[in-house]
Design a protein around this ligand. Structure first.
Ligand SMILES: Cc1cc2nc3c(=O)[nH]c(=O)nc-3n(C[C@H](O)[C@H](O)[C@H](O)COP(=O)(O)O)c2cc1C
Length: 222
């Protein structure tokens, strides 16, 4: 039996990403988001149009998508309700946000330099995806340009860094899903994934068949 319902949010469960960006004065910003998916080496993120992170990505053309595992949940939670925008916008003030200039320090995580972009990686996260901005898609634009509150950004992953702890023993270019424990946000709460349910028919497709020009060009040459 289903009921017609009208939930305030439709956050059904997506991975948490810590987006590292560089401010105009070359200091670092770090923001948790959870609206993200990947197709090949392209990533779409859903983000507030006027957040510091969006401003930084549009100005610098780059960011790092740092993926925390369940082990970093406390650090992620310390970043909640913080913004790198000063003064804090009215909409965020109403939700209890405050300004924080040094979110790495506040979260207790360590910035690492990237290879190809100026934006920071987060040492404690097992996955670092250096990425460049490709395009912006306003959400809800049909309601009028003044109404746009969120945008989807297409990002191209240009370099991938993976902790040894999540790699397959046999192949360093393969993430072992039995070792990777993504942090999931579902309806504003943190979860991990359960264990594997059953063998998947899709897994009969060799992963190498998904490689594209993007994949090859993200290879380290040194
Ligand atoms: C777990 C978690 C998930 C979040 N997911 C999103 C999201 O998907 N998109 C978004 O715009 N904000 C999301 N937020 C809120 C942002 O972190 C917030 O807008 C923050 O102010 C961004 O930082 P900035 O203003 O310094 O860019 C999330 C916050 C938390 C704690």
């Amino acid at each position: 039996m289903h009921h017609i319902s009208n939930p305030s949010i439709l956050y059904f469960g997506t991975p948490v990403v810590l987006v590292g960006t560089t401010n105009s004065d070359q200091t670092y910003n770090l923001a948790p988001i959870s609206s993200a998916f990947w197709l090949g080496y392209r990533c779409m993120i859903g983000i507030a149009a006027h957040s510091k992170t969006t401003e930084n990505i549009l100005r610098s053309g780059e960011c790092v998508l740092n993926l925390p595992s369940v082990d970093q949940v406390e650090a992620v939670d310390r970043l909640a309700l913080l913004t790198g925008t000063s003064p804090v916008p009215a909409g965020k003030l109403a939700k209890g946000y405050s300004y924080e200039a040094d979110k790495f320090k506040k979260a207790g995580v360590t910035p690492l330099e990237s290879n190809l972009v100026k934006a920071p990686r987060v040492l404690e996260c097992p996955v670092h995806l250096e990425a460049r901005f490709v395009s912006i898609h306003p959400l809800g634009a049909e309601t009028g340009i003044d109404q746009i509150r969120s945008v989807a950004l297409e990002l191209k992953v240009v370099r991938v860094h993976l902790a040894g702890s999540i790699l397959s023993d046999a192949n360093p270019d393969h993430v072992d899903p039995n070792k990777w424990k993504p942090l999931i946000m579902s309806f504003q709460h943190f979860y991990g994934l359960g264990s594997q349910l059953q063998p998947a028919k899709l897994a009969s497709v060799p992963e190498r068949l998904y490689r594209t020009f993007d994949t090859e060009s993200a290879k380290a040459t040194h």
